[in-house]
Design a protein around this ligand. Structure first.
Ligand code: IVH
Length: 675
């Protein structure tokens, strides 16, 4: 393809993909299939690799993430990020309205008839973000921080699909827009299900999960977390409209996700109706809100009232009380996860809470039980947040029976009676009988065949159950011993399904080492960690023989993961299963191709890539750095060894590099280093 043609196609694909993103994530109305979307994206990525000079930092390909930010740069806000004063009662809201009227004078209020005009909005429960757009392109995303300065999280924010990277229509050349990044309930449940899979304790609530995610260093992990964002405040010198509501409507046309639930209300009584409506309806929303926000609609009025040091006088938040009931804790039962992780669950006297009957509540781990000092037959307070299962937030000590004894956490496994273990520094107890405890055996197999692991679709959960019951598979390696003649006599096993099953198993022998490493189910070793380990250590033999120090050198591997890896291989059964899998042809080392690419030439060096390059795309360069033992970081610090500088490197970066004395190298210098 000629350069000009490529340039045009890249532009066309970018516009088209950004529109599809908008249709899907802002309008919730996709017009192409996921497959077609992926095909277009793949074409774009390929072209950008071939013609890196046309890679735009706001290309839809950047939404996949990949860039690592070791340290988030601190940025001063152009306008301080104030918070809102809170109110908890109608009286306080009436007082707010009266104060606003007084501040504006009766005449001003009568401009709108008798009442002031407010915009009522949902108060989303996440973390606030400030976005700067220059000439219609997202330039910078900064967290609230202390209100005066926050963290530059632009790389992570670009992975949030509902945040436009390029705007449409007649936007101002420079403006700021603020909003709330949040994690929808469904995405939150998915993260916790995955955490449970690898033996990690669950995240407490969607808000913490969202802010934790924003601080992650690896943007490709952020990209997988399905964060979302509503915008609620436009700031700039020359905004087009006189009112907050009209500006938000306008921002919607530029491509932002603006809540459809906001309403214009005349007078405080209409505000009350909005508050009451959402007090009842809030549990049906697919995300958490913790109140509503009311804002004076007119900018002229907003200006007239001004701000205090902490918050604007023209807006106030009304906070809902968390839905809470009290009920009796009847028993505590325990669930055993795939990695042996034990989760205590409270069984409650059924009670109605926010429209549903609650019978169970999560207790998470022994520490939480001890902290709450919850005892059997206590009356407990149960609260509903974003989680499907509500949680116990306290005990009504006034109702405690005088002979109630402190709760004693179970010491043996509820399934196989092995003595439970708790490693220092870990929240959960676990059952160490990993190859003999039934839910662990089954769970391990289900994990092994799952899509992100060995992807043996033909071996579903019911078939695993059946084969396990028949004694045909006792561990994951036995899967490779299955024979047609053993399977055919079984229920629901026709010739075709048996062939399918065996084909799927055979196919899995091609799955690369990094996924096999994830599939064998080492506690705490998730998909990303497995990838990092496989690329660094290169084979299972080397991994088995790695010292703690060597393991700790791997990116993302801390003490807990390192010790878990060592414990896994210290277990003879695990070792023999791995050996068995290896004999059957499962991949336990990097392929020749992968091996040939790697060297240690850049060991100990860390790079920041900036600008646009002639010969390779930024992603290719990043891969080359990693494959040669170097590290990629997102921001420049005194620890940066080199800045790999292309064309159009940002002036801020240049300044910082100079002030820290970090050396700049060109693409050719770099290629010579690894030649
Ligand atoms: S307006 C100066 N609108 O609540 C006004 N904030 O307690 C700035 N929030 O820091 C905020 N939903 O993180 C506004 N519709 C909404 C909101 C909202 C959630 C959060 C935001 C802010 C906090 C204030």
């Amino acid at each position: 393809m000629q350069k000009e043609e490529a340039k045009a196609r890249i532009e066309q694909l970018s516009t088209e993909l950004e529109q599809h993103n908008y249709n899907y994530y802002v309008l919730s109305h996709p017009v192409v299939s996921d497959y077609d979307f992926d095909m277009l994206l793949e074409e774009l990525i390929k072209l950008e690799k071939e013609f890196p000079e046309f890679l735009n930092p706001n290309s839809p390909s950047q939404r996949i993430g990949g860039q690592i930010t070791k340290q988030f740069a601190t940025v001063k806000h152009r306008y301080p990020m104030l918070s809102l004063s809170n109110s908890y009662s109608k009286e306080e809201m009436t007082e707010f309205d009266a104060r606003a009227r007084k501040g504006l004078g009766i005449d001003a209020a009568s401009l709108f008839g008798d009442e002031l005009e407010y915009v009522c909005e949902l108060k989303f429960d996440g973390l606030s973000i400030s976005l700067i757009y220059e000439n219609g392109e997202l330039k910078q995303a900064v967290t609230r921080g202390d209100g005066v300065q926050g963290d530059d999280v632009t790389t992570n924010v670009k992975t949030i699909k509902s945040i436009p990277l390029k705007l449409k229509g007649d936007f101002p050349p420079l403006f700021e827009i603020r909003g709330e990044i949040f994690l929808p309930h469904k995405a939150f449940e998915e993260i916790n299900a995955e955490r449970e899979e690898i033996g990690e304790p669950p995240l407490a609530n969607p808000r913490n999960a969202a802010s934790g995610t924003m601080k992650m260093q690896d943007s490709s992990v952020v990209a997988k977390r399905k964060l979302d964002c509503f915008m609620y405040y436009v700031l700039g010198e020359n905004l087009r409209f006189e009112t907050h509501f009209d500006n938000l409507e306008k921002a919607k046309k530029w491509g932002f996700k603006i809540s459809e639930k906001s309403r214009l209300c005349k007078g405080i009584d209409e505000v009350f109706a909005f508050i009451e409506h959402w007090d009842k309806e809030r549990y049906k929303l697919p995300y958490d809100i913790d109140g509503i926000v009311i804002k004076l609609n007119s900018y002229a009025y907003q200006e007239q009232l001004g701000m205090t040091a902490k918050s604007p006088r023209w807006a106030i938040a009304y906070k809902y009380k968390a839905a809470q009931v009290s009920t009796v804790l009847e028993t505590i039962s325990y669930q055993v996860g795939r990695t042996g992780s034990i989760t205590p669950v409270a069984n409650l006297k059924p009670v109605l809470l926010a429209g549903t009957t609650v019978k169970r509540a999560s207790l998470h781990n022994a520490d939480i039980i001890a902290k709450l000092d919850v005892r059997l037959n206590d009356t407990v307070f149960v609260e509903k947040g974003g989680e499907i299962i509500p949680k116990i937030v306290g005990v009504d000590f006034s109702k405690r029976s005088p002979d109630a004894l402190p709760f004693e956490y179970r010491t043996d496994c509820p399934e196989c009676k092995s003595i439970l273990v708790r490693t220092a520094g870990e929240a959960n107890h676990y059952c160490p009988n990993e190859n003999g405890c039934p839910p662990q055996i089954k769970g391990k197999m289900e994990h092994y065949v799952s899509r992100k692991a060995m992807n043996i679709e033909s071996l579903g959960s019911e078939t695993i159950e059946q084969l396990h019951k028949e004694g045909l598979i006792k561990n994951i390696a036995d899967i490779y011993e299955l024979k047609k003649e053993d399977l055919l006599p079984l229920d629901r096993m026709a010739e075709k399904s048996v062939n399918n099953l065996l084909e799927g198993i055979e196919e899995s022998k091609k799955v690369p080492f990094e996924r096999v490493l994830y599939a064998i189910g080492i506690r705490h070793v998730g998909e990303t960690t497995a990838k990092k380990i496989a690329r660094k250590v290169k084979s299972i033999e080397l991994l088995m023989n790695s010292s703690l120090e060597q393991l700790l050198e791997i990116d993302e591997v801390g003490e807990i993961i390192a010790k878990s890896i060592q414990a896994f291989f210290a277990n003879e059964t695990n070792k023999s299963i791995v050996l068995h899998l290896q004999q059957k042809g499962v991949q336990f080392s990097l392929s020749e191709d992968q091996l040939q690419q790697g060297t240690e030439k850049l060991k100990g060096l860390s790079f920041v890539i900036s600008g646009v390059f002639q010969k390779h795309s930024r992603d290719e360069l990043k891969n080359m750095i990693e494959q040669n033992g170097g590290k990629n970081t997102g921001s420049i610090s005194s620890k940066t060894s080199y800045i790999l500088a292309g064309e159009n490197m940002g002036p801020e970066k240049l300044k910082k590099a100079e002030s820290l004395g970090v050396k700049l190298i060109s693409e050719d210098d770099f290629l010579n280093m690894i030649a």
